[in-house]
Design a protein. Sequence first.
Length: 121
Amino acid sequence: MDNTLFNTIFTNIHRLSALIVVVALLSHAWTERFRKLLAAMALISLITGAHKFAAGLKTAFPGWHMWAGIKILLALHVAAMAFLLARGAGGAAKRGRWRKGAMVSSLLTAALGLYLAHFAR
């Protein structure tokens, strides 16, 4: 990926928005209090992540299709859970399960992203 100012800004926005989503998912109180912020940051994280993905394809390694597909599905799961939690749907037990599932998916997404960015090349 190019180290232009534009890509650096998008990368930092992506990291910050993803961090805010993960932190908001940690607590039921934070999820309830910052519903609109959670939905907005999930959307921003998807948009900037798509840009990072497209910019990183210039130097794709052989066999990247499977890993990139898995990462995209996990990221979409996190975003879907963030949108459902921001909407306030479901009972308390269901929201707890959604939060845990989104946390696991976000950790797997981050781990897979680190692997793809630093070790798979």
